[in-house]
Design a protein around this ligand. Structure first.
Ligand code: ZN
Length: 480
């Protein structure tokens, strides 16, 4: 990985801090480590990346270690201010203004920098507010999904980081214990505290000053939600996240912390061993993977998108669909035809009615996975779907693969088949002609207003209402 500008700046500040602590001038330390003072100056200013051998020499000369020099922490408050200023001044939001950046020289007081930073923070806050229109949010979300698809939805650095942290906390195998998560937090200098009065808009709040991570109280003891939230809060710290300067960065950080939590709950090495065994027995199943690691069905299904393509060369799709048929979460690299809006967003779009992701809501037995082969214009896909209910209503979680890869999964012998012609509107978008003829002009539903950002307004005879559903409803009740 090439270091970012912020990482190089931080490293530079840490080297300068050690040098000054030892009373060396640039030339003096340069002489000891064998480079010109001017070279050292470039490195301290984050303008050049030092070789590892030079870092080792600097560490020895200033009585520290390379690991310490490479720490993402600014060495002191002044450095933290200067780093934040450099970062703010390099943001797109600031550069667009055409205002010359200031240099935080020795004569500039901390108070002055603080004041300028206050303006920058407000600028960033307004920028974030302004950019997060539903359309921008959808575009950013789509870009991120495509970026992840290009790398098989796999982030090797975070996989390794998680395994390292787990090992250090003494985790051996199986489900990650709540206690182990507590130890991981302690090792980062944090205490986990459960409070009932978190702000409504926050999942967790980290007090950096006092080393505390505040989480909501456990609503379901033993559920993996709390472990996941604590891990996500730690991930911000471990990954050196700074307050995001735009919506895309905000989304990316959220993806990284979710990814880290998933890696801790279902570590790569153990997961691959488990999945390999299941694949050899032609018995791959999301529910078994879920139960082996003590996580939710959705978390287990999503985790497969990180591992199955990368390690087993199996392309797949993941869908979380709510009771109204809207796609809430999606990942796809197997070519399954999915609905998209003009920005390329799939989230918020309505899934084909013929998909098991929707027809599974009609199944009576909801305790197990359901299976189906679906013929689409892009070929035949096999999938497994599990339904569930939250306070927001019903949802289904689906993992599917192209026909040829169904052979590795339990449920491949299902006789259930369906045909989807979507995006052809005659598939399931338009109500059948006879039903339309019967009800057209004789129905008057009142639209429910959608609150969620990603909810699209279904198009039809009545803005905001799916006329097919209205007609089907009328059909059902008219027969009574
Ligand atoms: Zn359809």
């Amino acid at each position: 990985m090439t270091p970012t500008a912020v990482e190089l700046s931080t490293l530079g500040h840490r080297i300068r801090h050690r040098r000054l602590a030892h009373g060396y001038t640039l030339d003096e330390l340069g002489a000891i480590v064998g480079v010109a003072g001017s070279q050292l100056s470039l490195i301290e200013n984050g303008k050049r990346e030092p070789k590892l051998s030079l870092l080792q020499a600097v560490a020895v000369a200033t009585g520290t270690t390379v690991t310490d020099l490479l720490s993402p922490e600014p060495p002191n408050r002044r450095a933290a201010l200067e780093l934040e200023l450099a970062r703010a001044q390099s943001s797109t939001a600031f550069r667009r203004l055409g205002i010359a950046p200031i240099k935080a020289g020795k004569t500039m007081t901390d108070d002055t920098i603080e004041s300028v930073l206050g303006l920058h923070r407000e600028l960033q806050r307004r920028e974030r507010e302004a950019i997060a229109t539903p359309e921008e949010a959808r575009r950013a979300n789509t870009e991120q999904r495509l970026r992840m698809r290009a790398q098989r939805n796999y982030l090797p650095e975070i996989e390794k980081l998680a395994e390292k942290q787990l090992k250090a906390a003494g985790h051996v195998s199986g489900a990650l214990k709540h206690r182990t998560v507590g130890i991981m937090a302690e090792q980062l200098g944090f205490e986990l505290l459960y409070v009932g009065d978190l702000p409504h808009s926050a999942r967790s709040v980290t007090d950096l000053e006092n080393g505390r991570i505040y989480l909501p109280p456990a609503s379901i003891p033993g559920g993996h939600g709390l472990r996941s939230m604590a891990l996500q809060a730690m991930a911000h710290r471990l990954l050196g996240h700074q307050p995001p300067t735009d919506y895309a960065e905000f989304l990316w950080q959220r993806l990284e912390i979710n990814y880290f939590a998933a890696c801790c709950l279902m570590p790569e090495t153990a997961s691959i061993a488990f999945l390999d065994q299941a694949k050899k027995g032609r018995n791959l199943a999301v529910e078994d993977f879920r139960d082996a690691f003590g996580v939710t069905h959705e978390a287990a299904a999503m985790r497969l998108t990180n591992l199955l393509t990368e390690h087993f060369d199996i392309p797949l799709h993941f869908l979380r669909v709510d009771g109204s048929g809207a796609i809430n979460r999606v990942y796809e690299n197997d070519g399954l035809p999915l609905p998209e809006d003009v920005t390329g967003a799939v989230e918020g779009q309505i899934a084909c009615r013929r998909f098991l992701a929707r027809s599974a809501f009609e199944e009576h037995n909801r305790t197990t996975e359901h299976y189906q082969y679906t013929d689409t214009p892009a070929g035949t896909f096999w999938c497994s779907t599990q339904t569930g209910t939250t306070s927001d209503g019903e949802f289904s979680v689906t993992v599917g693969v192209p026909f040829d890869d169904a052979r590795w999964f339990r449920g491949r012998e299902t006789p259930k088949r369906a045909v989807s012609l979507c995006p052809d509107e005659s598939c399931c978008r338009r109500p059948p002609a006879d039903v339309t003829a019967r009800w057209e002009g004789k129905a008057w539903p009142s639209a429910r207003v959608h609150q969620q950002m990603f909810s699209p307004l279904p198009r039809g005879a009545f803005p905001g209402v799916d006329d097919g559903e209205v007609y089907a409803f009328l059909e059902r009740h008219a027969a009574e």
